[in-house]
Design a protein around this ligand. Structure first.
Ligand code: GTR
Length: 415
């Protein structure tokens, strides 16, 4: 079994019997001790307080939508994928003028159904051209991470990378089931390495540019990626073929952490899917199993805000935990996916967080995962909080997608 975790100081714990006891902060008790008894109190008091704590202590604070932000549809092919889809590419200028970084949004919309369609929106790791071999997708010109297959030369994407990540993006299947797909490369917002912020929105939107010294509560890369998803949503709200009330966010791994944070901040997202998001995402930080806060901060110092560094080996001092992040989606449907061999992400910790978020859904008369114990492999559970664990390793698979589409069918396909 492959367990990732190079460069970590302490040996990761993979022994359930060695997980020390912990106490989770109560989603329904305000910082001043007041108990939340109804949805209105949750929305007026506790939800904003938790959002603020996650912002301040975990992901960092992002700016609001830039005034004067604008976009342009730069390509449109109504006969893409043998006539099955309309492919659009939209350049979104993120700084409010024609300069600065752009988000290049790729859209596939099914040609079958008339009118507006529900859409899955997710960031990709390597560039839009990697999600499908379709030769009409433009190749990114920005910094991209090196890949094992050698399709990236000096951190520049090449045509050899077309479709290299297609197994994670079942475009035809989505279209067949009536969904559109919108995706963009996360590196458009910030390339994923510690100094990457100098090439992304965190520098471009700061008056000091690449000389910016970040405050301890200022945004990290995950917050920048999440902010970008909201900017993609700004566009989707204007697209005549997209049902903007039915946009489901999806993300895998670090981009699953991102999907959760984007969904928490921006209630325009109707549904959120976090696939194997692990530590800093859906997995409980207090549970000492697999990746820990210190591992995140050492290996990816740019992902979280400065304040988050205070919780290395001190997760019990965090004022929040993953179940509360999931609860920030309430009453909207949210789905947490785990994989059995992905112990680094702590599948059980992901399940427990999903389960414990249920108290907030209950305020709305909605059921969460609906079970007490982690279900067996390949048996999805949950009404408004979906959960599954499948066999295999850390990946976003066709089987995962089928469950997410089934879940979305239940929640987004109603009239
Ligand atoms: C790992 C990291 C995980 C997860 C993963 C990924 O190295 O420790 O938290 O984010 O990367 O994004 O693939």
């Amino acid at each position: 079994m492959l367990l990732c975790g190079p460069g970590v100081a302490a040996e990761p714990n993979y022994d359930e019997s060695r997980v020390p006891a912990y106490t989770l902060p109560d989603p329904l008790v305000c910082q001043d001790g007041t108990r939340v008894t109804n949805a209105r109190m949750w929305e007026r008091r506790r939800r904003p307080e938790l959002l603020w704590l996650f912002e301040e202590q975990v992901y960092g604070r992002a700016p609001t939508r830039p005034p004067g932000m604008w976009w342009e549809v730069v390509s449109e092919d109504r006969q893409a994928l043998n006539g099955r889809a309309t492919r659009k590419e939209v350049t979104i200028w993120l700084r409010g003028d024609r300069g600065g970084p752009t988000l290049e949004l790729l859209l596939y919309l099914p040609n079958g159904p008339r009118g507006r369609v529900p859409v899955f929106l997710g960031l990709n790791f390597m560039g839009n051209h990697t999600v499908h071999p379709d030769p009409g997708i433009r190749i990114p010109t920005k910094w991209v991470p090196a890949d094992r297959a050698g399709t990236v030369v000096d951190h520049r994407a090449t045509a050899a990378g077309r479709g290299s990540m297609a197994s994670r993006w079942p475009v035809e299947r989505l279209l067949e089931r009536g969904y559109g797909l919108a995706t963009a490369y996360c590196g458009d917002l910030e390339p994923d390495f510690p100094e990457g912020w100098k090439l992304g929105v965190r520098a471009a939107l700061s008056p000091a540019g690449t000389n910016t010294v970040f405050a301890p509560e200022a945004w990290g890369a995950i917050a920048a990626w999440a902010w970008g998803l909201s900017r993609a949503m700004d566009y989707l709200e204007t697209d005549p073929r997209v049902d903007a009330r039915k946009v489901a966010l999806i993300g895998h791994s670090r981009l699953g952490k991102t999907a959760l944070w984007a969904g928490a901040r921006d209630p325009r997202f109707a549904l959120v899917v976090a696939n194997e998001s692990g530590e800093g995402g859906a997995a409980l930080a207090r549970r000492r199993f697999g990746e820990r806060t210190a591992d995140l901060n050492r290996r990816f110092p740019h992902w979280f805000c400065g304040n988050f560094k205070r919780y290395n080996d001190r997760e019990d001092d965090l004022p929040v935990d993953a179940h509360q992040l999931i609860a920030l989606m309430a009453p909207r449907p949210v789905y947490v996916g785990s994989a059995a061999e992905d112990l680094w992400a702590d599948p059980r910790g992901e399940f427990l967080a999903a389960r414990e978020a249920g108290v907030v859904y209950r305020l709305y008369g909605r059921e969460g995962v609906g079970v007490e114990t982690q279900p067996p492999l390949h048996q999805p559970v949950g009404q408004f909080i979906g959960y599954h664990i499948r066999a295999g390793r850390h990946e976003l698979t066709a089987w995962d997608w089928e469950q997410y589409m089934n879940f979305a069918d239940r929640h987004l396909r109603r009239p």
